[in-house]
Design a protein around this ligand. Sequence first.
Ligand code: FDA
Length: 564
Amino acid sequence: MGQKNFTNKHVKNYINKGASSTFLCAQKIIRIMNSPSSLMIPFLLIFLFSFSRVASADRHEDFLQCLESQNFNSISKVIYTPINSSYSSVLQFSIRNSRFNTSATPKPLVIVTALNVAHIQATIRCSQKHGLEIRVRSGGHDYEGLSYVAVIVPFVVIDLINMRTVTVDVANKTAWIQTGATLGEVYYGIAEKSRTLAFPAGVCPTVGAGGHISGGGTSMIMRKYGIAVDHIIDAQLIDVKGRILDRASMGEDLFWAIRGGGGNTFGVVVAWKLELVPVPAIVTVFNVTRILTEQDATKLVHRWQYAIEKFDDDLFSRIFIYRANSNQEGKIMIQAAFTSLFLGGVDRLLSLMQESFPELGLVKEDCIEMSWIESTVYSAQFPRNSSLDVLLSRRYSSSFFIGKSDFVTEPIPEIAFEGIWERLSQVGVHLAELQFTAYGGKMDEIAESSTPFPHRAGTLFQIQYAIIWFEESIEADAKYTSWIRELYSYMTPYVSKKPRQAYVNYRDLDLGVNNLGYTSYKQASIWGTKYFKNNFDRLVHVKTAVDPANFFRNEQSIPPLPSW
Ligand code: FDA
């Protein structure tokens, strides 16, 4: 029953998202059902259904036998199938978006929580032998759930949760991290060895190093150092042939592609070698809020767009814009939280802010000095003076969630902000948020083609739109999806064009998806150029060279060129 619901819902999703193949298949079935010979169809469907169940059960058994025969390293202890009592808890543990944790969500046939490289190699080999699709999961934060959900069933999940070693070499300012590590574990591991080394990666400590770095990895020190992929100096990858490759053996093209070209496309990344960056012993943070609708703060947000161009590279700046509680007259208020991390002490920060953005009115009392590692705890919104151990927690309170992204190259006119505030004020839109993240600084100096992540010089700031909710219903999903799509459409005149850029780590299947079964370069280039601009073509060439049969794939993986 659950499976049937899912199929209908997914066909609808695909229709909405403009993916033609599933839609056409659905149309074809409906047309046949309406034809004179349709009386035959139920019997045919029953036959096909029972045949596919038998075939699937066989495939299941054969796949498991294959896994066990391939491996000497007790793989049976890390295989979970729906008949295991812990299957559901293992699956759900790293699901970060409740939209993909319902009874209608398709579930993997098998989850392999690999303990070592041999387990991954065996899973790849056996999946190929038995025609099963693979999903690779590190931290499970994919916005569209692509690391643990597949439209084509049955499928297998390789979950890297057990492969999370972090080894820091302070003398050489490097670290090897396994991709199942979370960013919190990486930051904690670095801080155990040094308080003046850091790594430029994302804010939420539960995000996995595997998916995050595969898609770029923006950070709170990106204006000083760029993003995560700018500091990857080696990697260990298992390719489609099951070989273990490092930078030298994979070659510079493939090494380029895995640093930002998106996960689950070129192989399974087992580990990254990071180049660590220096940070001062004391950094300064602040989080200053203003009520936009009451304190004339729209002007402040407008002005911020000009100020960030003059910001010192040591200063990171982000604005969170969201709906606050209503005021005493019951009027909805929109609030802006100006958040910063500054690589230095408070006195220098105050003087820089006075020069570049005096309108904010920042005062010493707004600022807190701390170490960089403490700032990672602060930015993740743990209570002040929390133990650093919170960085090691994988606990996450999941909600239903949709996100989208944009890049802004010209300041948005003040009047346009009013339209955003109006949309945030609409009835029922309680937990919506926009994040404006300043680019510039070091980001302007790194060539667009140096990694697949192309959003460099010329980007003023990045926008993330997000809405979360807690009620599980098709109506709620439809309501919030349509709200965010309308906002995204409203923003069209104010953001980057030709292409309208998007950030692959804020995955958005509204931008387009690969067909089921066969892929199209032309179709993929619609979303591919939004994520990668001109780098998309090079990614396609690398994919064609290393995985021409498209074994590693998902709805937005890079397609290979056809072989004719
Ligand atoms: P997940 O395991 O879901 O993987 C994501 C994709 O990568 C999937 O396609 C998966 O198959 C693939 N993949 C995972 N591991 C792989 C491996 N070892 N080899 C090959 N492919 C692999 N982004 C950002 O840049 N800066 C930020 O500050 C934040 N903050 C943030 C907070 C929160 C709460 C969320 C939910 C998300 C973010 N993100 C972010 C976005 C985040 O970087 C993005 O969702 C990453 O893909 C998540 O990586 P995970 O490993 O957690 O996801």
